[in-house]
Write a protein that binds this ligand. Structure first.
Ligand code: 2NL
Length: 398
């Protein structure tokens, strides 16, 4: 006698596992019971109904377990269509063939069994979807995880430009003496750049400075790139009565053709101290202190007479040669001395321009060339190296 419950034999087996779509074809072919009515199947009692639904459920469970393992989206789709498809899915056929034509006294029972099966399948579907999404999430996390064993990206570390280092060193020294650091515009009027500094028009001192005028509209006040940072000192004195102790670092511009010792742009720090009773002695002491701090305690200084329109008397400050210690070498041209910077006592004529009482106040001023001082400190032989941004040069100051 053939087994009436043929579906019980249709367990998915290894034989079908390679293409699970085959299983459904086989299953629907062999699941003939769902194309017959309960009457045709000879299922009458509620126990028989329960046993029949239990078989369907068991088949569903084993199919589902197999597909979950395979995790193939197309096969899963076919699987769910075979069970839930509206037209000829298993549930539809059970509804059509078992429930609808069932005996009135059976109907309630079959309906309940069918509903239980439906909600079981639906619960599994929800659970399966969640499991698949979670697995996809895990895969994505694994794919996106940072590989901490990868070698790091080494970014080349920059360093301060040698000129900037000199600026900061000089600022440190004067800040320690109670000076303030002041900055101002690079574009200036002739008044602040020249007149107020006692350099009237046609003065020969303008020859190497009267340069880089801005193109201005007809009749507009002329503007030029400052040739020194002195204009900002004038502006400070205009705003503030003594005591004044400031340094003004910055970029300045002069008409020059570039070579190893010239450029049309260079950097300056000017200094100014004005107060009651400031003497040449204070000036000398400050200069000596600065030079020793900057070049080292062994260096000696000397002052030579010089000329600037805005100082009287004016001097050049020399130091014993940093390269030969004063014995004489190529750099100092065998003199043992090296010129550092110009300075002097502020010419009283300048006070007239800023409304300072020249009888009450006195002071000194100096102008340091930052390129020159850097060159002396590091023995740099070409001024252009500062502006070429060649890392082989810059790296040496890191
Ligand atoms: C140099 C010389 C110098 C000054 C700058 C100055 C400023 C005011 C008043 C008086 Cl407001 N003097 N500045 C004084 C002496 C020399 O610079 O060779 N610089 C590169």
């Amino acid at each position: 006698m053939p087994c009436p419950y043929m579906i019980a034999d249709v367990r998915p087996s290894v034989r079908y596992a390679f293409d699970s779509r085959l299983i459904f074809i086989k299953m629907s072919e062999r699941l003939q019971k769902i194309d017959q009515t309960l009457q045709q199947l000879g299922v009458g009692t509620s126990d028989q109904v329960s046993a029949l639904f239990a078989e369907v459920r068991e088949l569903f469970n084993s199919e589902e377990a197999l597909h979950r393992k395979e995790n193939d989206a197309a096969n899963l789709q076919a699987f769910w269509t075979a069970w839930l498809g509206r037209k000829s899915g298993v549930l539809t056929r059970i509804t059509e063939n078992w429930l609808k034509p069932s005996q009135p006294e059976q109907k309630r029972n079959v309906g309940q069994e069918l509903n239980a099966l439906k909600s079981h399948i639906e619960a599994v579907r929800v659970e399966q979807t969640a499991a698949i999404e979670a697995a996809a999430e895990q895969t994505a996390i694994a794919r996106e995880r940072e590989d901490l064993s990868l070698p790091g990206v080494t970014r080349p570390l920059g360093s301060r430009h040698p000129l900037r280092q000199t600026f900061e060193e000089i600022e440190r020294i004067f800040l320690s003496l109670g000076y303030s650091v002041v900055a101002g515009p690079e574009m200036e009027t002739p008044y602040y750049n020249f007149e107020a500094l006692n350099i009237p028009e046609h003065h020969p001192a303008r020859d190497n400075m009267d340069t880089f005028y801005m193109a201005a509209p007809q009749g507009a006040a002329p503007l030029l790139l400052r040739t020194h940072t002195s204009p900002m000192q004038v502006r400070t004195m205009e705003k503030q009565q003594p005591p004044v102790r400031i340094i003004v670092p910055g970029k300045v511009y002069r008409r020059d053709n570039p070579d190893a010792t010239h450029g049309f742009i260079f950097h300056q720090i000017e200094g100014l101290a004005v107060d009651t009773d400031i003497t040449f002695c204070d000036f000398k002491g400050t200069v000596e202190y600065f030079v020793r701090e900057f070049l080292g305690p062994k260096v000696k200084t000397r002052l030579r007479p010089s000329y600037f329109p805005f100082t009287e008397p004016s001097v050049e400050v020399d130091a014993t040669c940093v390269f030969c210690g004063g014995r004489g070498c190529n750099v100092c041209k065998q003199s043992g001395w090296i010129e550092l910077f110009g300075a002097g006592m502020v010419d009283p004529a300048v006070y007239g321009f800023v409304n300072y009482d020249a009888k009450k106040y006195s002071g000194f001023a100096f102008g340091l060339g930052v390129e020159r001082l850097t060159q002396l400190k590091y023995n740099i032989n070409d001024l252009q190296l500062y502006f070429q941004n060649d890392v082989r040069f810059l790296r040496q100051f890191a």
